[in-house]
Structures are given as C-alpha cells and as structure tokens.
Design a protein around this ligand. Structure first.
Ligand code: FES
Length: 198
C-alpha cells in the first residue's frame, strides 16, 4: 500500500494501490491515487480486448490496466484539468497531435472520445519509461506552473493531462492513445475501435 503524498485536505487525488482483476474477481488492498488493475494473464498474452468499468473511478483518479503487455492509463479528468487543456497549447511541442499516434477519433484537443475520460498507453516516448501521474493542478518541483499531467522521472519529460508533451524535454512525441470504444456509459473496451470508426 502506498500512502506517501496523500494530502487529506485537498481534493482526493488517489495514489498507488494494489488491485487485481482476474477470473476470481477483484481484490482491493488500498484506495489511493493510482490503482493498478490487471486483466488475467491468459487474456493479456492473447492480446484480448480489456473491458474497464468506469463507475468506481473517481474524479481526478487514474487507474492502470495492462493490455498486450503495455500499461494503459485511464483517467477521469476533472473540470479544472479540462479547463487548463487549451491554455497549455503554447507550451507544447505538438498541441494538435499531428505527429503522434492516436486513433483518428481521438485527434482532438482532449485526445479522447469523451472529454472527461483519457485513455493512453503509459509509456514515455523518449526511452520507454512509465511516467508518473501527477494529476493535481499545483506547483511541482519540476514545474512551478504545473497544471496536471504526467511526469517521467527517468529524464524529466513532462506531458499535460491529455498526454501531450511539453517543449524543452527529451521526449519527442505525445504519448500514444490506443483504440477503444464505449460499450455503454460506464464501460470502455480497450483494443477495439468504435463501430465504423476503424
Ligand atoms: S524515458 Fe522518459 S524522459 Fe527519458
């Protein structure tokens, strides 16, 4: 269980936890900032689509899944995080995501199907580390003007809350958005495009 960094007085951004989704159900050992929920090893090795229930992901929370052996981050973005998105454009390397890898239906300012739900492959485009989720809009040691996003501790690359890379860091591209679609209002499936949008 990881509790470091939890500030009870602030909005409840959630840190790391240990949780596993498998054939037997869900085991949750903590409810902190970032949850790690993994599909069954068999499904993962087969590269099967992964279904993510959204109902228990709180505003500002990130949940981590595995799909095809890759870490996939699912973030329930807050209105405050969304409000800052367009204001970051002048600081970004590729604000319109022209160079980066995402499905066509996610090539927009929020890089997602629905603005509040961000889905991304959590791998830094520099040398492949897994960035940290730094969701809170507050000054950080690596950026006094931080508006929420992802920070790669390996060589200090920074991404905004739409996984768009900032200028002046080693990472060359925005992080990748995988194919996914909404099964209904409270479930997405990672690995399958929306009908007719391939
Ligand atoms: S691997 Fe992320 S900054 Fe180098």
């Amino acid at each position: 269980m990881a509790t470091e960094g939890i500030n009870q007085g602030r909005r409840r951004f959630l840190t790391a936890s240990t949780a596993v989704i498998g054939g037997a159900g869900v085991i949750v050992t903590a409810i902190p900032f970032v949850k790690s929920w993994l599909p069954s090893a068999r499904a993962e090795s087969a590269g099967a689509p992964v279904t993510v229930p959204l109902g228990k992901i709180e505003k500002g929370q990130m949940v981590r899944y595995a799909w095809r052996g890759l870490p996939v981050f699912v973030v329930n973005r807050t209105p405050e995080q969304l409000e800052w998105l367009p204001k970051q454009d002048p600081r970004l390397r590729d604000p319109m995501s022209k160079e980066s890898d995402q499905p066509r239906y996610c090539q927009n300012e929020h890089r997602s199907i629905k603005p509040e739900w961000m889905v991304l492959i959590g791998i830094c485009t520099h040398l492949g580390c897994v960035p940290d989720y730094k969701g809170e809009v507050r000054p950080e040691p690596f950026d006094p003007d931080w508006k929420g996003g992802f920070y790669c501790p390996c060589h200090h690359s920074r991404y905004d809350i739409a996984a768009r890379v900032y200028q002046g860091v080693p990472a060359p591209l925005n992080m990748t958005v995988p194919p996914y679609h909404f099964i209904d209002d409270t479930h997405i499936q990672i690995g399958v495009d929306p009908k007719g949008a391939a």
